[in-house]
Design a protein around this ligand. Sequence first.
Ligand code: AMP
Length: 460
Amino acid sequence: MCGVFGIFNHPEAANLTYLGLHALQHRGQESGGVVTSDEGTLHAVRKMGLVSDIFNRRKLERLPGRVAIGHVRYTTAGGSLPKNVQPLTAESRHGAVAIAHNGNIVNAESIRDRLEDKGAIFTSNSDTEVVLQLLARSRGMTLLDRVAEVLGELRGAYSIVMVLGDRIIAARDPHGFRPLILGRMPGYDDCYVVASETCAFDLIGAERIRDIAPGEILEISARGLKETTRSPEPRRACVFEHVYFARPDSVLDGTSVYEVRFKMGELLADEKPCDADVVIPVPDSGVVASMGYARKSSLPFEMGLIRNHYVGRTFIEPKDSIRHFGVKLKLNPVPRLLKGKRVVVVDDSIVRGTTSRKIVKMIRSAGAREVHVRISSPPVTWPCYYGIDTPTRKELIASSHTPDEIARYITADSVEYLSPEGLMASVGGDSGYCTACFTGEYPVQIATPPSRRQLRLVEV
Ligand code: AMP
Protein backbone atom coordinates (compact mmCIF):
# COMPACT_ATOMS: atom_id res chain seq x y z
CA MET A 1 0.00 0.00 0.00
CA CYS A 2 1.21 3.46 -0.81
CA GLY A 3 -0.13 6.98 -1.01
CA VAL A 4 0.16 9.23 -4.05
CA PHE A 5 -0.47 12.92 -4.50
CA GLY A 6 -0.23 15.44 -7.34
CA ILE A 7 -0.91 19.14 -7.79
CA PHE A 8 -1.02 21.23 -10.96
CA ASN A 9 -0.56 24.97 -11.21
CA HIS A 10 -0.12 26.20 -7.66
CA PRO A 11 2.55 28.67 -6.47
CA GLU A 12 3.18 26.50 -3.42
CA ALA A 13 3.12 23.13 -5.17
CA ALA A 14 5.91 21.56 -3.09
CA ASN A 15 4.51 22.73 0.28
CA LEU A 16 1.03 21.46 -0.51
CA THR A 17 2.39 18.12 -1.71
CA TYR A 18 4.31 17.80 1.53
CA LEU A 19 1.09 18.45 3.47
CA GLY A 20 -0.83 16.02 1.25
CA LEU A 21 1.72 13.30 1.97
CA HIS A 22 1.47 14.08 5.65
CA ALA A 23 -2.27 13.32 5.49
CA LEU A 24 -1.52 10.10 3.58
CA GLN A 25 1.21 8.92 5.94
CA HIS A 26 -0.98 6.05 7.22
CA ARG A 27 -0.69 4.47 3.75
CA GLY A 28 3.05 3.96 3.99
CA GLN A 29 5.80 4.86 6.39
CA GLU A 30 8.97 3.49 4.87
CA SER A 31 9.90 6.31 2.56
CA GLY A 32 8.57 9.41 0.90
CA GLY A 33 9.38 11.86 -1.84
CA VAL A 34 8.31 14.95 -3.73
CA VAL A 35 9.23 15.83 -7.31
CA THR A 36 8.38 19.27 -8.68
CA SER A 37 8.45 20.48 -12.25
CA ASP A 38 9.73 23.97 -12.92
CA GLU A 39 8.81 24.54 -16.56
CA GLY A 40 9.72 20.95 -17.38
CA THR A 41 12.89 20.67 -15.27
CA LEU A 42 12.36 18.22 -12.44
CA HIS A 43 13.57 18.69 -8.86
CA ALA A 44 13.42 15.81 -6.39
CA VAL A 45 13.70 15.17 -2.65
CA ARG A 46 13.32 11.48 -1.72
CA LYS A 47 14.36 9.57 1.32
CA MET A 48 13.67 6.64 3.61
CA GLY A 49 11.60 7.56 6.68
CA LEU A 50 8.52 9.50 7.67
CA VAL A 51 7.37 12.60 5.80
CA SER A 52 8.08 14.89 8.77
CA ASP A 53 11.64 13.54 9.03
CA ILE A 54 12.39 13.76 5.31
CA PHE A 55 11.33 17.35 4.70
CA ASN A 56 12.14 20.65 6.32
CA ARG A 57 11.72 24.22 5.17
CA ARG A 58 15.14 24.29 3.50
CA LYS A 59 14.41 21.14 1.48
CA LEU A 60 10.99 22.38 0.42
CA GLU A 61 12.47 25.71 -0.70
CA ARG A 62 14.70 23.77 -3.06
CA LEU A 63 11.67 22.40 -4.89
CA PRO A 64 10.59 25.16 -7.30
CA GLY A 65 7.73 25.00 -9.77
CA ARG A 66 3.95 25.05 -9.92
CA VAL A 67 3.59 21.33 -10.58
CA ALA A 68 4.43 18.55 -8.10
CA ILE A 69 3.80 14.92 -7.29
CA GLY A 70 4.56 12.96 -4.14
CA HIS A 71 4.59 9.46 -2.76
CA VAL A 72 4.66 7.64 0.56
CA ARG A 73 5.79 4.06 0.27
CA TYR A 74 4.99 0.82 1.95
CA THR A 75 6.89 -1.98 0.26
CA THR A 76 5.08 -4.63 -1.73
CA ALA A 77 7.07 -5.39 -4.89
CA GLY A 78 10.79 -4.69 -4.72
CA GLY A 79 12.62 -4.22 -1.47
CA SER A 80 12.62 -1.68 1.30
CA LEU A 81 15.60 0.14 -0.18
CA PRO A 82 16.71 3.68 -0.89
CA LYS A 83 16.84 3.07 -4.64
CA ASN A 84 13.16 2.13 -4.70
CA VAL A 85 12.04 5.35 -3.04
CA GLN A 86 9.45 7.09 -5.19
CA PRO A 87 8.63 9.16 -7.18
CA LEU A 88 11.01 7.45 -9.61
CA THR A 89 12.50 9.79 -12.21
CA ALA A 90 14.11 9.47 -15.64
CA GLU A 91 15.01 11.47 -18.69
CA SER A 92 14.02 10.31 -22.14
CA ARG A 93 13.63 11.66 -25.65
CA HIS A 94 10.11 12.67 -24.57
CA GLY A 95 11.48 14.82 -21.73
CA ALA A 96 11.91 14.39 -18.00
CA VAL A 97 9.42 12.14 -16.25
CA ALA A 98 8.56 11.23 -12.67
CA ILE A 99 6.13 8.60 -11.45
CA ALA A 100 4.39 7.79 -8.18
CA HIS A 101 2.54 4.47 -8.06
CA ASN A 102 0.16 2.77 -5.65
CA GLY A 103 -0.63 -0.86 -6.37
CA ASN A 104 1.17 -3.84 -7.76
CA ILE A 105 1.80 -4.53 -11.44
CA VAL A 106 1.52 -8.32 -11.59
CA ASN A 107 3.22 -8.74 -14.99
CA ALA A 108 6.12 -6.38 -14.20
CA GLU A 109 8.59 -9.28 -14.00
CA SER A 110 7.80 -10.58 -17.46
CA ILE A 111 7.90 -7.09 -18.97
CA ARG A 112 11.23 -6.54 -17.30
CA ASP A 113 12.61 -9.84 -18.60
CA ARG A 114 11.55 -8.89 -22.11
CA LEU A 115 13.14 -5.43 -21.89
CA GLU A 116 16.33 -6.77 -20.35
CA ASP A 117 16.61 -9.27 -23.20
CA LYS A 118 16.69 -6.27 -25.53
CA GLY A 119 19.41 -4.59 -23.47
CA ALA A 120 17.44 -2.38 -21.08
CA ILE A 121 19.08 -1.57 -17.76
CA PHE A 122 17.17 -0.93 -14.56
CA THR A 123 18.25 1.17 -11.61
CA SER A 124 15.69 -0.12 -9.09
CA ASN A 125 13.96 -3.41 -8.50
CA SER A 126 10.55 -1.82 -8.12
CA ASP A 127 7.71 -2.87 -10.43
CA THR A 128 7.09 0.83 -11.12
CA GLU A 129 10.28 1.27 -13.16
CA VAL A 130 8.90 -0.80 -16.03
CA VAL A 131 6.41 2.01 -16.65
CA LEU A 132 9.25 4.49 -17.18
CA GLN A 133 11.08 2.07 -19.44
CA LEU A 134 8.02 1.39 -21.56
CA LEU A 135 7.27 5.09 -21.77
CA ALA A 136 10.75 5.85 -23.09
CA ARG A 137 10.16 3.35 -25.90
CA SER A 138 6.59 4.33 -26.76
CA ARG A 139 5.89 5.65 -30.25
CA GLY A 140 2.43 7.29 -29.99
CA MET A 141 1.92 10.75 -31.46
CA THR A 142 0.48 12.47 -28.39
CA LEU A 143 1.34 12.14 -24.75
CA LEU A 144 -2.03 10.51 -24.02
CA ASP A 145 -1.47 8.02 -26.85
CA ARG A 146 1.92 7.08 -25.43
CA VAL A 147 0.64 6.68 -21.89
CA ALA A 148 -2.36 4.64 -23.09
CA GLU A 149 0.00 2.39 -25.07
CA VAL A 150 2.16 1.79 -21.98
CA LEU A 151 -0.67 1.28 -19.51
CA GLY A 152 -2.28 -1.13 -21.97
CA GLU A 153 0.63 -3.49 -21.33
CA LEU A 154 0.23 -3.52 -17.55
CA ARG A 155 -1.81 -6.06 -15.62
CA GLY A 156 -2.80 -5.70 -12.01
CA ALA A 157 -3.33 -2.75 -9.75
CA TYR A 158 -2.12 0.75 -10.38
CA SER A 159 -3.18 4.20 -9.38
CA ILE A 160 -0.49 6.36 -10.91
CA VAL A 161 0.41 10.02 -10.85
CA MET A 162 3.12 11.16 -13.28
CA VAL A 163 4.82 14.38 -14.19
CA LEU A 164 5.78 14.54 -17.85
CA GLY A 165 7.52 17.83 -18.59
CA ASP A 166 5.08 20.41 -17.24
CA ARG A 167 2.02 18.18 -17.30
CA ILE A 168 0.48 15.73 -14.88
CA ILE A 169 -1.03 12.39 -15.81
CA ALA A 170 -3.31 10.60 -13.35
CA ALA A 171 -4.44 7.08 -14.21
CA ARG A 172 -6.21 4.15 -12.64
CA ASP A 173 -6.10 0.52 -13.79
CA PRO A 174 -9.22 -0.79 -15.58
CA HIS A 175 -10.55 -2.51 -12.43
CA GLY A 176 -9.88 0.51 -10.19
CA PHE A 177 -8.32 -1.58 -7.42
CA ARG A 178 -6.66 1.34 -5.66
CA PRO A 179 -8.36 4.67 -5.07
CA LEU A 180 -7.45 7.91 -6.84
CA ILE A 181 -9.45 11.10 -6.52
CA LEU A 182 -9.52 14.36 -8.46
CA GLY A 183 -10.03 17.71 -6.78
CA ARG A 184 -9.47 21.41 -7.26
CA MET A 185 -8.20 24.29 -5.17
CA PRO A 186 -10.90 26.92 -4.74
CA GLY A 187 -9.65 30.42 -5.47
CA TYR A 188 -6.92 29.26 -7.85
CA ASP A 189 -7.63 29.13 -11.58
CA ASP A 190 -7.05 25.74 -13.18
CA CYS A 191 -5.37 24.35 -10.07
CA TYR A 192 -6.11 20.64 -9.83
CA VAL A 193 -5.08 18.06 -7.26
CA VAL A 194 -5.13 14.27 -7.23
CA ALA A 195 -4.68 12.06 -4.18
CA SER A 196 -5.18 8.53 -2.93
CA GLU A 197 -7.67 9.73 -0.34
CA THR A 198 -9.82 12.78 0.27
CA CYS A 199 -8.28 13.34 3.72
CA ALA A 200 -5.33 14.87 1.81
CA PHE A 201 -7.72 17.38 0.20
CA ASP A 202 -9.23 18.32 3.56
CA LEU A 203 -5.87 19.33 4.98
CA ILE A 204 -4.96 21.65 2.10
CA GLY A 205 -8.46 23.05 1.57
CA ALA A 206 -9.07 21.33 -1.78
CA GLU A 207 -12.52 20.27 -2.99
CA ARG A 208 -13.26 16.80 -4.30
CA ILE A 209 -14.51 16.83 -7.88
CA ARG A 210 -14.83 13.09 -8.48
CA ASP A 211 -12.94 9.81 -8.34
CA ILE A 212 -10.74 9.05 -11.33
CA ALA A 213 -12.72 6.30 -13.11
CA PRO A 214 -11.35 2.77 -13.44
CA GLY A 215 -9.41 2.67 -16.73
CA GLU A 216 -9.29 6.46 -17.00
CA ILE A 217 -6.18 8.37 -18.04
CA LEU A 218 -6.38 12.06 -17.21
CA GLU A 219 -3.96 14.63 -18.57
CA ILE A 220 -3.77 17.90 -16.66
CA SER A 221 -2.04 20.70 -18.55
CA ALA A 222 -2.26 24.43 -19.23
CA ARG A 223 -5.05 23.52 -21.64
CA GLY A 224 -7.14 22.04 -18.82
CA LEU A 225 -8.28 18.45 -18.32
CA LYS A 226 -8.20 15.88 -21.10
CA GLU A 227 -9.35 12.36 -20.37
CA THR A 228 -9.50 9.04 -22.17
CA THR A 229 -10.98 5.83 -20.83
CA ARG A 230 -9.77 2.45 -21.95
CA SER A 231 -12.05 -0.51 -22.59
CA PRO A 232 -13.96 -0.95 -19.37
CA GLU A 233 -13.47 -3.98 -17.16
CA PRO A 234 -15.73 -4.73 -14.21
CA ARG A 235 -14.98 -2.32 -11.37
CA ARG A 236 -13.13 -4.14 -8.60
CA ALA A 237 -12.24 -1.56 -5.95
CA CYS A 238 -10.37 -3.04 -3.00
CA VAL A 239 -12.84 -3.66 -0.20
CA PHE A 240 -9.98 -3.79 2.33
CA GLU A 241 -9.56 -0.04 1.86
CA HIS A 242 -12.91 0.28 3.64
CA VAL A 243 -12.04 -2.38 6.19
CA TYR A 244 -8.60 -1.15 7.21
CA PHE A 245 -6.45 0.96 4.96
CA ALA A 246 -8.23 4.19 4.24
CA ARG A 247 -8.65 6.81 6.94
CA PRO A 248 -12.22 6.90 8.26
CA ASP A 249 -12.51 10.61 7.40
CA SER A 250 -11.95 9.79 3.71
CA VAL A 251 -14.62 9.32 1.05
CA LEU A 252 -13.94 6.57 -1.50
CA ASP A 253 -15.99 6.42 -4.69
CA GLY A 254 -18.49 8.69 -3.01
CA THR A 255 -18.83 6.43 0.05
CA SER A 256 -17.82 7.56 3.54
CA VAL A 257 -15.31 5.13 5.05
CA TYR A 258 -16.54 6.09 8.51
CA GLU A 259 -20.13 5.17 7.70
CA VAL A 260 -19.08 1.85 6.14
CA ARG A 261 -17.00 0.91 9.18
CA PHE A 262 -19.74 1.90 11.61
CA LYS A 263 -22.19 -0.25 9.66
CA MET A 264 -19.74 -3.18 9.74
CA GLY A 265 -19.75 -2.90 13.53
CA GLU A 266 -23.54 -2.71 13.70
CA LEU A 267 -24.01 -5.74 11.46
CA LEU A 268 -21.36 -7.62 13.41
CA ALA A 269 -23.36 -6.97 16.61
CA ASP A 270 -26.50 -8.29 14.89
CA GLU A 271 -24.75 -11.37 13.53
CA LYS A 272 -22.41 -12.16 16.43
CA PRO A 273 -23.85 -10.74 19.65
CA CYS A 274 -22.05 -11.22 22.92
CA ASP A 275 -23.13 -11.36 26.54
CA ALA A 276 -20.62 -8.84 27.89
CA ASP A 277 -20.12 -5.75 30.06
CA VAL A 278 -18.10 -3.45 27.83
CA VAL A 279 -16.99 -2.98 24.21
CA ILE A 280 -13.48 -1.72 23.52
CA PRO A 281 -11.65 -1.16 20.22
CA VAL A 282 -8.17 -2.06 19.12
CA PRO A 283 -7.09 1.49 18.33
CA ASP A 284 -7.03 2.90 15.73
CA SER A 285 -8.05 0.17 13.29
CA GLY A 286 -11.07 -1.07 15.28
CA VAL A 287 -12.39 2.21 16.67
CA VAL A 288 -15.24 3.05 14.30
CA ALA A 289 -16.51 -0.54 13.96
CA SER A 290 -16.44 -0.98 17.74
CA MET A 291 -18.60 2.12 18.14
CA GLY A 292 -21.12 0.59 15.75
CA TYR A 293 -20.95 -2.68 17.69
CA ALA A 294 -21.48 -0.94 21.05
CA ARG A 295 -24.36 1.19 19.82
CA LYS A 296 -26.18 -1.75 18.22
CA SER A 297 -25.70 -4.03 21.20
CA SER A 298 -26.48 -1.26 23.74
CA LEU A 299 -23.27 -1.97 25.61
CA PRO A 300 -21.00 0.70 27.09
CA PHE A 301 -18.08 1.77 24.90
CA GLU A 302 -14.72 2.48 26.53
CA MET A 303 -11.19 3.14 25.33
CA GLY A 304 -9.80 0.18 27.23
CA LEU A 305 -6.54 0.28 25.30
CA ILE A 306 -4.62 3.50 24.84
CA ARG A 307 -2.44 3.95 21.83
CA ASN A 308 0.89 5.71 21.71
CA HIS A 309 0.62 7.74 18.52
CA TYR A 310 4.33 8.25 18.09
CA VAL A 311 5.00 4.79 16.72
CA GLY A 312 3.94 3.67 13.25
CA ARG A 313 1.49 0.90 12.46
CA THR A 314 3.21 -2.16 13.86
CA PHE A 315 2.16 -4.70 11.24
CA ILE A 316 3.36 -2.44 8.50
CA GLU A 317 6.98 -2.96 9.51
CA PRO A 318 8.05 -5.83 7.28
CA LYS A 319 10.41 -7.36 9.83
CA ASP A 320 8.84 -9.88 12.21
CA SER A 321 11.00 -8.98 15.17
CA ILE A 322 10.03 -5.31 15.01
CA ARG A 323 6.35 -6.17 14.73
CA HIS A 324 6.40 -8.35 17.84
CA PHE A 325 8.11 -5.73 19.90
CA GLY A 326 5.77 -3.11 18.51
CA VAL A 327 2.56 -4.22 20.22
CA LYS A 328 3.69 -3.14 23.67
CA LEU A 329 5.26 -0.03 22.29
CA LYS A 330 1.94 0.89 20.77
CA LEU A 331 -0.80 -0.16 23.19
CA ASN A 332 -1.36 -0.01 26.93
CA PRO A 333 -4.49 -1.20 28.80
CA VAL A 334 -6.51 0.83 31.31
CA PRO A 335 -7.07 -1.74 34.12
CA ARG A 336 -9.79 0.34 35.84
CA LEU A 337 -12.04 -0.12 32.79
CA LEU A 338 -11.32 -3.82 32.33
CA LYS A 339 -10.96 -5.34 35.78
CA GLY A 340 -13.49 -8.11 36.45
CA LYS A 341 -15.34 -7.30 33.19
CA ARG A 342 -16.51 -9.42 30.30
CA VAL A 343 -14.86 -7.54 27.48
CA VAL A 344 -15.69 -7.48 23.76
CA VAL A 345 -12.67 -6.27 21.83
CA VAL A 346 -13.31 -5.24 18.23
CA ASP A 347 -10.68 -5.13 15.50
CA ASP A 348 -10.90 -4.94 11.73
CA SER A 349 -8.98 -8.11 10.85
CA ILE A 350 -6.72 -10.91 11.99
CA VAL A 351 -3.81 -11.64 9.67
CA ARG A 352 -1.23 -13.85 11.33
CA GLY A 353 -2.81 -13.70 14.77
CA THR A 354 0.40 -12.64 16.47
CA THR A 355 -0.73 -9.11 17.32
CA SER A 356 -4.20 -10.24 18.36
CA ARG A 357 -2.73 -12.82 20.72
CA LYS A 358 -0.64 -10.20 22.47
CA ILE A 359 -3.60 -7.85 22.73
CA VAL A 360 -5.83 -10.51 24.28
CA LYS A 361 -3.13 -11.35 26.81
CA MET A 362 -2.72 -7.67 27.58
CA ILE A 363 -6.46 -7.24 28.25
CA ARG A 364 -6.50 -10.33 30.45
CA SER A 365 -3.48 -9.22 32.44
CA ALA A 366 -5.33 -5.96 33.11
CA GLY A 367 -7.94 -8.04 34.97
CA ALA A 368 -10.63 -8.81 32.37
CA ARG A 369 -12.76 -11.82 33.32
CA GLU A 370 -13.58 -12.79 29.73
CA VAL A 371 -12.18 -11.57 26.40
CA HIS A 372 -14.34 -11.95 23.30
CA VAL A 373 -12.81 -10.93 19.97
CA ARG A 374 -15.10 -9.61 17.25
CA ILE A 375 -13.69 -8.92 13.80
CA SER A 376 -15.50 -6.45 11.53
CA SER A 377 -14.66 -8.30 8.28
CA PRO A 378 -14.62 -11.96 7.18
CA PRO A 379 -11.55 -14.15 7.75
CA VAL A 380 -8.54 -13.13 5.61
CA THR A 381 -7.66 -16.42 3.93
CA TRP A 382 -5.89 -15.43 0.68
CA PRO A 383 -2.90 -13.22 -0.06
CA CYS A 384 -3.34 -9.94 -1.91
CA TYR A 385 -1.44 -9.51 -5.17
CA TYR A 386 -2.75 -6.03 -5.84
CA GLY A 387 -0.79 -3.82 -3.51
CA ILE A 388 -1.29 -5.00 0.07
CA ASP A 389 1.60 -6.78 1.67
CA THR A 390 -0.25 -9.79 3.08
CA PRO A 391 1.80 -12.88 3.88
CA THR A 392 1.53 -16.24 2.14
CA ARG A 393 -1.53 -18.46 2.68
CA LYS A 394 0.41 -20.58 5.11
CA GLU A 395 0.98 -17.60 7.39
CA LEU A 396 -2.63 -16.40 7.25
CA ILE A 397 -4.04 -18.01 10.36
CA ALA A 398 -7.63 -18.13 9.10
CA SER A 399 -6.67 -20.09 5.98
CA SER A 400 -6.02 -23.17 8.11
CA HIS A 401 -7.89 -22.54 11.39
CA THR A 402 -11.54 -22.18 12.33
CA PRO A 403 -12.65 -19.25 14.51
CA ASP A 404 -12.68 -21.60 17.52
CA GLU A 405 -9.13 -22.73 16.81
CA ILE A 406 -8.05 -19.11 16.37
CA ALA A 407 -9.69 -18.29 19.71
CA ARG A 408 -7.62 -21.02 21.33
CA TYR A 409 -4.43 -19.74 19.71
CA ILE A 410 -4.94 -16.11 20.66
CA THR A 411 -6.23 -17.19 24.11
CA ALA A 412 -9.65 -15.51 23.65
CA ASP A 413 -12.93 -16.86 25.06
CA SER A 414 -14.45 -16.50 21.60
CA VAL A 415 -13.60 -15.19 18.13
CA GLU A 416 -16.29 -14.28 15.64
CA TYR A 417 -16.17 -12.58 12.24
CA LEU A 418 -18.54 -10.48 10.13
CA SER A 419 -20.06 -12.60 7.34
CA PRO A 420 -19.25 -11.92 3.65
CA GLU A 421 -22.90 -10.84 3.22
CA GLY A 422 -22.52 -8.42 6.13
CA LEU A 423 -19.39 -6.98 4.55
CA MET A 424 -21.08 -6.40 1.21
CA ALA A 425 -24.16 -4.92 2.86
CA SER A 426 -21.88 -2.48 4.71
CA VAL A 427 -20.33 -1.18 1.49
CA GLY A 428 -23.74 -0.73 -0.10
CA GLY A 429 -24.49 -4.22 -1.41
CA ASP A 430 -22.46 -3.44 -4.54
CA SER A 431 -20.64 -6.24 -6.29
CA GLY A 432 -17.98 -3.90 -7.74
CA TYR A 433 -15.38 -4.83 -5.16
CA CYS A 434 -12.30 -7.02 -5.11
CA THR A 435 -12.77 -9.42 -2.21
CA ALA A 436 -9.89 -11.75 -3.14
CA CYS A 437 -8.34 -11.67 0.36
CA PHE A 438 -11.58 -13.14 1.74
CA THR A 439 -12.71 -15.33 -1.17
CA GLY A 440 -9.68 -16.22 -3.31
CA GLU A 441 -11.54 -14.91 -6.37
CA TYR A 442 -8.80 -12.93 -8.09
CA PRO A 443 -10.08 -10.48 -10.74
CA VAL A 444 -6.71 -10.50 -12.52
CA GLN A 445 -5.07 -13.87 -12.80
CA ILE A 446 -1.41 -14.18 -12.04
CA ALA A 447 0.52 -17.11 -13.47
CA THR A 448 2.76 -17.55 -10.44
CA PRO A 449 2.91 -15.54 -7.24
CA PRO A 450 5.21 -12.56 -7.84
CA SER A 451 8.78 -13.44 -7.06
CA ARG A 452 10.97 -10.97 -5.28
CA ARG A 453 13.75 -10.40 -7.78
CA GLN A 454 17.12 -11.12 -6.33
CA LEU A 455 19.18 -8.03 -5.66
CA ARG A 456 22.36 -7.67 -7.55
CA LEU A 457 23.15 -4.15 -6.40
CA VAL A 458 22.97 -3.35 -2.71
CA GLU A 459 23.13 0.22 -1.49
CA VAL A 460 24.28 0.74 2.07
P1 AMP B 1 -2.34 -10.00 13.65
O1 AMP B 1 -3.13 -10.27 14.88
O2 AMP B 1 -0.86 -10.15 13.89
O3 AMP B 1 -2.84 -10.79 12.53
O4 AMP B 1 -2.51 -8.46 13.28
C1 AMP B 1 -3.78 -7.95 13.07
C2 AMP B 1 -3.69 -6.44 12.96
O5 AMP B 1 -3.03 -6.07 11.74
C3 AMP B 1 -5.07 -5.80 12.93
O6 AMP B 1 -5.11 -4.84 13.96
C4 AMP B 1 -5.17 -5.14 11.59
O7 AMP B 1 -5.72 -3.86 11.74
C5 AMP B 1 -3.77 -5.06 11.09
N1 AMP B 1 -3.67 -5.29 9.64
C6 AMP B 1 -4.43 -6.04 8.86
N2 AMP B 1 -4.00 -6.05 7.58
C7 AMP B 1 -2.92 -5.29 7.54
C8 AMP B 1 -1.99 -4.91 6.52
N3 AMP B 1 -2.10 -5.38 5.28
N4 AMP B 1 -0.98 -4.08 6.85
C9 AMP B 1 -0.86 -3.63 8.08
N5 AMP B 1 -1.67 -3.97 9.10
C10 AMP B 1 -2.69 -4.79 8.85
